[in-house]
Structures are given as C-alpha cells and as structure tokens.
Design a protein around this ligand. Structure first.
Ligand SMILES: [Zn+2]
Length: 240
C-alpha cells in the first residue's frame, strides 16, 4: 500500500465558529477528515470541486469526533466508508439526545460535563449549544450505520495513525498522516487553536486535565498541525 506522498489540504478553514475540514490525498486515494455543519455543505462540495473531486471520489471519511460542527455533512458521501470511534459516536449521540429533553436537559448535561461548574458562563454556553442541537442535530446526517467502521475494531485506513485524545470527548481521535520528514497531525478539538482557546465556540472539555495533556501531546509532535478551529502551522518542538 502507498503510504508516502500524502498531501493534506484545507477544505473548510476552521475558525472560532466552525471546524476545520481537510482533504488527504495521494492522487489516487482521497479521504476527508471532518465534514462541517449542514450550512457549510455547498462550501465543502465547492472546495472538493476545486481539487477536481466529486463526492463519489472520496474513499473514506474520518471523524475526529461526532460533535455537530465536525460530522454533520457525512451524509453527503453515501458511498464512502466512515471512520471514527464508536465511543465518541455513542457519547455524542447520547449527549444530543439528552440536550433535547425539554424538562431535564440542564441536569442531564452534567453527566457529560461534570466539571461545568468550574467554568465561567458554562451554562449560558450550554443554552446556546442546546439551540444549535435543536436546529441542526439529526443522526441521519452522520451517514448510514453500514458505512461506519469503528476504529476500535478497524483502526484507521491507509496507514494513518490514531492518537486517542479523550479530554475533549471520550474516544476523540487525532489523525497522524505519516509523510517522511513532514507528517501531518489533524488534531481535531484536541488542539482547538494556537491561542485564545477560550473564544472557540465549541464544547468545554469533557475532562480538563486530560484535555491539557492532549494539547501537550499534539504540541510535542514534529510536523504540520491542523487545529480543530484554526489555520495549520508547522511545529518543530525541538528547535524552539
Ligand atoms: Zn468538539
């Protein structure tokens, strides 16, 4: 199997509101990591078109995790395999289902975010996320169950390495694409942005201590880092 010569290109540039989506391609095999939100569908398709690709050319999708801003255009790719961890899928699906509970959601959300009281404005934030959930969440947008390949059983395709970074969401996976001297690390929300992490409108970490460790683990890697909500940059931990 060809494992060298992978190119990683940004399809949707991550920012404080929306998540990074990237294309990994060696000219023959094409993978999309994270697919964005429904209102970004046309942008994702346009970006693929600029690379001369149609949805039917995409062999596989990888979801770093199944938060709304990372996985809701999976259904645009009905012929692709969808890789991600079952742990993060189950956890996120259960979270969004509980956020829809009119009566009990404020209490139920503490099962997922037990450290919430240690964050300023966390409840306000959760109210916003509930709104987003009511507006966008639809399990069908994650793709068909038959397309899913859980990394717990299958690992990642094409020799990509899975770094389990569970601080953000249990089972969150950062993807390492080996490429000789310059590997790429598609960090997802294990590394939100180079600075101003607080401004990012995504969920607070499920586990703050673990999330800090995950960020350190990503920053200890040499290569091109693609944060979940920021532009990519070259990281050289030893030369700093
Ligand atoms: Zn997230």
């Amino acid at each position: 199997m060809e494992t060298l010569g992978w190119k990683v290109c940004v399809l949707l540039a991550g920012n404080w509101r929306t998540a990074t989506s990237v294309l990994v391609s060696n000219g023959k095999r094409h993978t999309v990591i994270d697919t964005g939100m429904p209102h970004e569908a046309h942008l994702l398709l346009q970006a693929l078109e600029q690379h001369g690709l149609r949805v039917s050319d995409i062999h596989s999708i990888i979801n770093t995790h199944f938060h709304i801003d990372h996985a809701l255009n999976n259904a645009l790719f009905p012929n692709s395999l969808i890789y991600g961890s079952q742990e993060s899928c189950d956890w996120c699906c259960s979270l969004y289902s509980d956020l829809r509970d009119e009566q009990r959601w404020e209490k139920l959300v503490l099962n997922y975010y037990p450290e919430m009281s240690s964050y300023d404005h966390a409840l306000e934030h959760m109210h916003q996320l509930r709104k987003l959930t009511l507006r966008w969440w639809d399990m069908n947008r994650l793709g068909a169950r038959a397309q899913h390949r859980w990394i717990e059983q299958h690992g990642l395709p094409d020799g990509f390495e899975a770094l389990i970074t569970s601080g953000h969401v249990p089972g969150h996976v950062s993807v390492v694409i080996p490429d000789g001297a310059q590997p790429a690390i598609v960090a997802g929300d294990a590394f939100l942005s180079r600075a101003n992490n607080d401004r990012i409108l995504t969920m607070i970490p499920h586990n703050r201590v673990q999330a800090a460790r995950d960020r350190e683990m990503v920053l200890a890697r040499h290569g091109r880092i693609f944060p979940g909500h920021d532009l990519d940059f070259t990281n050289s931990p030893n030369s700093d």
